[in-house]
Design a protein around this ligand. Sequence first.
Ligand SMILES: [Zn+2]
Length: 572
Amino acid sequence: MQIIKLLGITILSLALIAGVLGCSEQEENNVRNESDTGTCDWVEQGPVTVVDDLSARLEAYVPTELTPDISHLDATQTAVLNKLVAASKLMNEIFLLQATPCREELLAVIDDLPANQQVGLRRYFAINVSPWDRRFHHEPFFGSWKHPEGANYYPLDLSEQEKAMISDPTQGFDGLFTMIRRDESGALKAIPYSKFFKPQLDEAAGLLREAAVLTANESLRAFLNSRADAFATDDYYESDMLWMDLDSTVEITIGPYETYEDGLFGFKAAFESFVTVTDPIESARLAKFKDELPWLESQLPIADDMKNTSRGGESPIRVVDEVYSAGDTRTAVQTIAFNLPNDERVREAKGSKKVLLRNVMKSKFEKILLPIADVLVVPEQVGDLTAESFFLHTLWHEMSHGLGPGKITLDGRETEVRLELKETYSTLEEAKADAMGEWDIFVLTRAGRGYFSENIFKEQSATYLAGLFRSVRFGIGEAHGQANAIQYNYLLEKKAVLFHGDSGRYSIDVPVFEKAIAELVAEICVIQAHGDYQGSVDFINKYGVMTDMLAASLARLDDIPVDLEPLFPTYE
Ligand SMILES: [Zn+2]
């Protein structure tokens, strides 16, 4: 469907609705003009060239069918699932409108390019939902159009004065759920999502309500009805609260959530959706793991007065398989775990929920982590890598965010680690969660809990080693990447990780690793317990660095995919 046509439908439907609701002629006219995204003449400027490494860029994303086993679902659950997938597809339609101005015109440019490039260009356009490469700072991979930082949320021709107006909270343009357009006089106008995307949101709401009628699960029914209401009111609070309470096998996360796509102000939320199913066996195991958290806190390798015995009420964790994803989350790098909602009022009342996408993790293990290990890990240890260890690493990483110093007292003053460590907090906390995740598994195993395989030490160590390179590849300019550089350099120093210059490969000394990882946990927790900002800066400056050796190792991974291109053949 063409964007222009789609907008045409938007305008037409709004006009009809306005008539039904008895809105004034004036309001209808305004809506017509507000929906105008401006001219697309800019698409036609200049000769269009294509980057010469397009095929390499395409190979960075490996097409992967994500088809979890859903044979345990009954007929009703399957029917609900199908409705939810249908609603999700509408989130995709909306997101395409949010992300890319003049999308259809840009796509049409491909028709005039060399025939042998068209298939690749269309695929890469679909991955990036635009001609701008999300892996390379939004530089165009064909054409020379400059990426609009504000995506399609704002008119492209904003003046500096208008930008100042938008960022002024008293002017009403900074809402999370509005599109900014011009009215007939050219002045800026904020249009609620419920109006701007009314055709798609009405249809999605209808599908959610139909699924609510079908489902036998009360928590899901309450959420679906409430979220359907939110699509019409732009008030997501109540349904976000209900989403926290979901206990159904078939689940959905759907709506406007993250604001990263708005690179201009970070104000506007992008629509996305995850349709998931829970695995009963995994859920039961997870419940047992959660019960271990107080015991693990008591075992932390730090002084007792640094331990955090007052946590409680921690955020829930769910392990699910992804059946379908749409919108914001479907672009470029695929999510393996997410933490929602973002509404601070909900977080205050109920915390937030961490959802781990097990089948996405398994696919990344097979398509990315194993190939990395084949290049950088000594052959004797490649066989020790397991998808289960990769999953356990992520799961225990998330659990470990709930362990160790959080609220602290400094000279009689009540404060938080986060506030004291300021901009260094995220990097240090991510390094802690990674290291402590491994430590948790080892300590539980040493204590005789029979949760894991008999080879867990070997498997966890080798999988962890390859995982360091997978994460650092995303760059040390970001907390997770830098946290992995910290671990890499720290463990090399402790001789837990060994580099073999002749082969350019690494090995991990399992007993030394077990000891060193406890020391790393201790060092970080002590910095956190003391709210030691300078200590955190020094630690990160010492270890969180891209050495020549690390850069050379990463360069050897150039031919290995960076991420998945998810395919859902059952539903598309
Ligand atoms: Zn984390």
